[in-house]
Design a binder for this molecule. Structure first.
Ligand code: NAD
Length: 298
């Protein structure tokens, strides 16, 4: 199948990241979100990222300019009628995603792949609301998408091998090493990552270690590029928390019991870097310091 026009639903951290790698790798990308404001915000982030790459010598000005010509924005969902592939990347909410997949099923050509970038929601549930569900799969990118060269392809019980092959082809064209997971709670990567983040939060909550030391343990002790609390702050604590809750609900496995501290932080809106406050406070000068309010939970 010749795939040229990729439509991305959702213009947040991930939607914007996927759009950026798409336009840099020769695809025509259209981002769809609820408002032009959020779409323009996302485009501004892409422009800023491309400028940084130019400064670092990773991209020429001409290539960046050319890439941006292949990015379109629209709040109109019916535009997906022209899509060769759709990647859904809206909030991690089952009802919302089902509603979007049901709309996509009505609006898109019946032969195209409908992919979700969900971190933990059942791909089979999303396939169940679509005509021809064998074309539904997960294309789970890793944040930050332009930097992380992995994509997890998720195969539901009805996903066809042709769908998997096409998803792999597109992932590789975007420069990603593709791994395949059967549809199971949180797939492969998050099934291992989320308990580490959750446990990092628990260790801080019960006072076994400080925020900085929990991160240093994994960063310095195991050479991870970021500590678990730095990762959750960057990814969005709301997103990660709902993924942990989803695995716990599905498996009832106590090792995924969501951290109470993390839940309370979400309730307070301390959802990480995007809010300026999570396990760390993000200062205007670009530095970060451990969130002193977290100590008040004891
Ligand atoms: N943040 C991460 O590290 C990460 C990593 C991998 C996968 N994911 C998954 O990617 C998806 C998006 O996460 P994110 O971090 O980009 O979230 P985000 O909150 O940054 O963005 C969500 C976007 O969805 C849009 N949206 C909501 N309802 C919509 C609708 N009805 N129609 C169109 N757009 C709508 C919002 O306007 C927003 O732009 C989630 O499923 C998440 O689990 C996230």
């Amino acid at each position: 199948m010749d795939i040229k026009n990729i439509y991305i639903i959702g213009a947040g951290l991930m939607g914007g990241g996927i759009a950026q790698v798409g336009i840099l790798n020769g695809f025509e990308v259209t981002m769809i979100s609820r408002s032009m404001e959020s779409l323009n915000r996302s485009k501004a982030v892409i422009e800023k990222n491309l400028k940084k790459d130019i400064k670092r010598g990773l991209l020429t000005e001409e290539a960046a300019e050319e890439a941006l010509k292949h990015l379109s924005l629209t709040p109109d969902m019916t535009a997906v009628k022209d899509a060769d592939l759709v990647i859904e990347s809206v909030y991690e909410n089952m009802e919302l995603k089902k509603q979007i997949f049901s709309q996509l099923s009505d609006l898109c050509r019946e032969d195209i792949i409908l992919a979700t970038n969900t971190s933990a929601i059942s791909v089979t549930s999303l396939a169940s609301v679509v005509k021809n569900p064998s074309r539904v799969c997960g294309m789970h990118f890793v944040s930050p998408v332009p930097k992380m060269p992995l994509m997890e392809i998720v195969k539901s019980i009805v996903t066809s091998s042709e769908t998997i092959a096409i998803a792999r082809e597109i992932g590789e064209a975007m420069g990603k090493r593709c791994i395949i997971s059967k549809d199971s709670p949180a797939f492969l990567l998050n099934r291992m990552l989320l308990p580490m983040i959750n446990e990092g939060s628990n260790l801080v909550e019960v006072g076994i270690g400080s925020i900085e030391d929990v991160d240093a343990a994994m960063r310095i002790g195991l050479n991870h590029p970021m500590g678990p609390l730095e990762i959750v702050d960057a990814a969005g604590i709301d997103v990660i928390y709902s993924a942990i809750c989803a695995i716990h609900n599905e498996t009832n496995d106590p090792k995924y019991k969501p951290s109470l501290l993390m839940g309370n932080m979400v309730r307070m809106g301390w959802i990480g870097k995007k809010a300026g406050k999570g396990y760390y406070i993000y200062n205007e000068d670009g530095t970060k310091t451990p969130n002193p309010d977290i100590n008040n939970v004891f």
